[in-house]
Design a protein around this ligand. Structure first.
Ligand code: C2O
Length: 504
């Protein structure tokens, strides 16, 4: 792993993670990229260098530190179209931000086009030296990170109308249907009698994954930076962008067990065969062999699935606003629309698709635009005054789904989750990606506007973001320039002229 003060070269490389060789875009030349690891409140200076050369893929880049809230450092958020222009080949940009009061399981990925689907993604772990749940586990190292992702045999720059993935990768390894059956699977090694903190990260571009480990249950202790009351489960559905820490006790007979990640798209379970959704949990002392169970069946019926409503923060924090639906200072309903086009599809929110503006929203603000109605893209920027409670409701089901919604700049209280008709204003989970569920759901979140700057809210299915499924919250516009301080601003301001010259 690398720590604060690291260099992160972005490179093209041909790899065959599932046995199929293709060109990719990677951080540090590996897939997933190097684990970034540091401590709570640490300052991270990460020098991203664009060494991309393959014109069949995107040559520009930008990295988003998913879940790091960028308190008063909106310009380090890495979201192209919103907070910065992309880097161009041979250019470097030093991201500089603090994990202020944050610890837990995060990740980083390209936020330019569909580039993270080509491989530009990795884990970002922030340790808390005073972790209140430390007594529950013995080991938490880079080997106990379990990343789940989809993998495509075509490039993100030329996707078919309705993109479909070819394989599931667990820690960057997998097999595809009809592909070589000797492509290596990921192995997670454990020692009997030891308790591990497994960090589960969905780096998916599309499907959710139902995660389980044959013969074992595990205890959820952290959700996206929020410590939670320990909750015993035997499966977790992770939507794109979601993370969990679980305590795993290696307390079964020494042997090999399947780790399963069953992909689902639009509530359909994709039932692959040929060992396509598995990795191996291997106890030390076990033979170097596959588990004997059938790798190709659906998850053995889960007795204890994770239910989001059952997640409660270890220490509940007051939900902003009054404890009733619509009881925030600002209440916004977002209706999602869908248009089928001859060669694809487009999403809209309250009637407007997000079409990337030529000038990032933050630069529009720094250049003098002060009213949300003056900010582009038209109809998709919502102004939020400072120090207000905000409630966002997003009815599910109108466009299929479930869609995982991710907010930048804030973790939010999920006061009404998918599958719930009731609200929890007392001790709901606080996270940064939530599924909006299906028809009849009205997922409702709350947050408080204490972090100036424009922030994305978007579906984390990358193909949906690319097709308009996003809005921007222009939070506390008057203080946005004031937050833009420090030596970084000159380098940041240079990104757009360089990009525009290069792109033309
Ligand atoms: Cu993980 Cu806007 O993204």
């Amino acid at each position: 792993s690398i720590g604060p003060g690291a260099v992160l070269p972005i490179v093209n490389k041909k790899i065959a993670p599932d046995g199929f060789l293709r060109q990719t875009t990677l951080a540090g030349g590996t897939h997933p990229g190097p684990v970034i690891r540091g401590q709570k409140n640490a300052e991270f200076t990460i020098d991203v260098v664009d060494l991309l050369t393959d014109k069949t893929l995107d040559l520009a880049t930008s990295i988003h530190w998913h879940g790091l809230l960028q308190k008063n450092s909106n310009y380090e958020d890495g979201a192209t179209s919103v907070t910065q222009c992309p880097l161009v080949p041979a250019e470097s940009f030093t991201y500089d931000f603090k994990a202020l009061d944050q610890a837990g399981t995060f990740w980083y990925h390209s936020h330019f086009g569909g580039q993270y689907c080509d491989g530009l993604r990795g884990a970002f772990i922030v340790e808390d030296p005073n972790d209140p749940q430390k007594s529950l586990y013995d080991v938490d190292n880079d080997n106990t990170i379990i990343s789940l992702s989809d993998w495509y045999h075509y490039l993100s720059t030329s996707p078919p109308a309705i993109p479909a993935f070819n394989s599931t990768l667990i820690n960057g390894k997998g097999r595809y249907v009809g592909g070589p059956q000797n492509a290596p699977l990921a192995v997670v090694s454990v020692t009997k009698g030891t308790r591990y903190r497994f960090r589960l990260i969905s780096m998916s571009c599309d499907p959710s994954f139902v995660f389980s480990i044959d013969g074992h249950q595990f205890t959820v202790i952290e959700v996206e930076g929020t410590n939670v009351q320990p909750l015993l489960v035997d499966s977790i559905e992770l939507f794109a962008g979601q993370r969990y820490s679980v305590v795993f006790k290696a307390d079964q007979p020494i042997g090999n067990y399947w780790i399963r990640a069953l992909p689902k798209v639009s509530t359909r379970i994709l039932d692959f065969s040929d060992h396509t959704n598995v990795a191996i949990l291997r106890y030390s002392g076990a033979s170097i062999a596959d588990p004997s169970a059938d790798p190709n069946v659906n998850i053995p019926v889960s007795q204890l699935p994770l239910v989001e409503t059952n997640l409660h923060p270890l220490v509940a924090t007051p939900v902003p606003g009054l404890p009733q639906p619509g009881g925030a200072d600002i209440n916004i309903n977002l209706d999602v629309g869908f248009t089928s086009l001859p060669n694809g599809f487009q999403f809209s929110i309250n009637g407007f698709p997000f079409e990337p503006p030529t000038v990032p929203v933050l630069l529009q603000i720094l250049s003098g635009a002060q009213k949300a109605s003056d900010l582009l893209p038209a109809g998709t920027v919502y102004g939020l005054d400072a120090n207000k409670s905000v409630e966002i409701t997003i009815p599910g089901g109108a466009t299929g789904g479930p869609h995982p919604m991710h907010l930048h700049g804030h973790a939010f209280w999920v006061v009404r989750g998918a599958g719930n008709s009731s609200y929890n204003f007392v001790d709901p989970i606080v996270r940064d990606v939530v599924s909006i569920g299906n028809t009849g759901d009205n997922v409702t979140i709350r947050f408080f506007t204490d972090n100036p700057g424009p922030w994305f809210l978007h579906c984390h299915i990358d193909w949906h973001l690319a097709n308009g499924f996003a809005v921007v919250f222009a939070e506390d516009v008057p203080d946005t320039s004031a937050a833009f301080t420090g030596s970084i601003s000159a380098a940041w301001k240079n990104l757009c002229p360089v990009y525009n010259t290069w792109a033309n």
